[in-house]
Design a protein around this ligand. Sequence first.
Ligand SMILES: [Zn+2]
Ligand SMILES: [Zn+2]
Length: 321
Amino acid sequence: MSAVVSLGVGKLRYLDRLEPKNGDWPRWQVCYCGICKTDRLLAWSTGTEGLVLGHEVVCRDGRGHYYALNNEINCGNCDYCRENLTSHCRHLYELGVTHHGGFANWLSAPPHSLYLLPLRDARLGMLVEPLACAIHGVERLCIALALQQVAEPRILIIGSGVAGKMLAHLLYHRVTARLTLCDIDAEAMAWARNMSIKCRSIPFHEHYHVVIECSGGQGALALALSAVRRAGAVMIYGIPDSGEALPISMRDIFNRELTLLASMAGCTQETFSEAIRYLEQHQAFFATLLGRQVSLQQLPGELLHNAPQAGTRSWVTVTPQ
Ligand SMILES: [Zn+2]
Ligand SMILES: [Zn+2]
């Protein structure tokens, strides 16, 4: 039994005699676990001492079936759950965030939180959780799109990391719009040209009906707000730095009649199941998102000090197959 445990801000340790448990839930063998920005932020935050992180998990049962974990365990009874806003459940357990997650050989989780993977390559199951969040993001974006009076709105996506790519891919296949992707790294955008998505390093000024900020970078929201046209909408999707204030005055929001919205998490039963179906249809695209692979022993250094290769997800092989 081995696991990587947080020992406080910026400290992670590999331990080879630890079986992290979450109450009485059954245990599952962890095969792979993605490393995302949330993990990197948590590793440098207070309040994670003694916790096993990792929430983009692929497990296997005793019969050799592979499953993706929906790490949000909700109560099903509170007002948010009844409105299907389960990410805001008043009694939410988040494996890998508030309870032990997937950076360990074994994970204890309720059976209903595991979704059977019908994929040829089970590693792609690590992308189900971030894709379910992106599907939730597109659902929220459609509310903002309904405010626009044009048949083909111009949509700008800032940042072509994994989140930006997933959102661009979903919008390309599901929404009638003129899509532009913006990133400072030309190579990071190269994939989008094959799909006739326009690429720019600097967006046009006050030009887009809707802008999605996916980079979480400093100053990126100011760029989004300068790129959106009057009566347009800006969605915050990338995790902003804590303490970063809105770079716009209330008067400007009012005068330009802007809509601001955000999308965070959103792994409901529906988005999770839909993410698996979508992944199954587009396995070749999602395979290109798998980046650097490390072992559980290498994870502390990777998580604390290495950025992912542009536009890909780094990941851990927890149990060699
Ligand atoms: Zn994540
Ligand atoms: Zn609830």
